[in-house]
Design a protein around this ligand. Sequence first.
Ligand SMILES: [Zn+2]
Length: 276
Amino acid sequence: MPRHIVCLTFDFDTQSGFIARGMTTPTLLSRGEFGLIGAQRILALLKARGLHATWFIPGFTIESHPAACAAVVEEGHEVAHHSWAHVPPAHQSRAEEEADLVRANEANAKLTGRNARGYRSPSWDLSQSTIDLLLAHGFRYDSSLMGADYWPYRARRGDIAELGKPFRFGEQTALIEMPISWSLDDYPHFEFVRTAAAILPGLQSARTVMESWLDEFRYMQQTVEWGVLTYTVHPYVIGRGYRMLALEGLIENLQDAGAVFMTMEEAAAEAQARMF
Ligand SMILES: [Zn+2]
């Protein structure tokens, strides 16, 4: 029997990503604050559709906005690890990365009563140490790599990439990779960001983006018997009215097309049982 799984994932960053980039003027911070309104809208939509999703929540958001995070838990969604301070691991020393990982683990455990099973790195940029640290701290899955689209795979450590030499694969580990893509992330499609160095134009038609996202599901259905497709959205980005309508339309179309919705922890467990 064909089985096509969809993981809806919500990165509940609020102000953390702005602070991590030194963008701390009132208007910039208020963009992240809007995520509190967006999260309420998303929770209502998921409840109306009878869906459970995965929320990657930085420790910063857990400790700054406890009621908003408690609401996520009360609705039965999975809470997964998204660092404490939203600094990409690629920018940290191993000691800094591990300290942040542990601090966020403590915040997660306080919120949900257990350690998170899954991890997603801020801004999707792992360090050479990340896979090692995730294994050492008992994680089951990561969702930060782009080496596949419709099937989970084993995360590797020790890949060697040197200029002028052939690529060498490292060893496969027990950690399950739940792959992602910027093309299936709301941020680059919608956010208008202007800095001294660059302009990210964003502000695309929400319905056009959702049509592409639905095509990704259709192509998975056409080409594989079993697969997992992951969408990544941010409450402060997708929470705007016209984007919420488009997201609702996408969910409706996916349900009509036979998508099986589950949390990422559930999808990783099914992948473990089926594929490895
Ligand atoms: Zn994030």
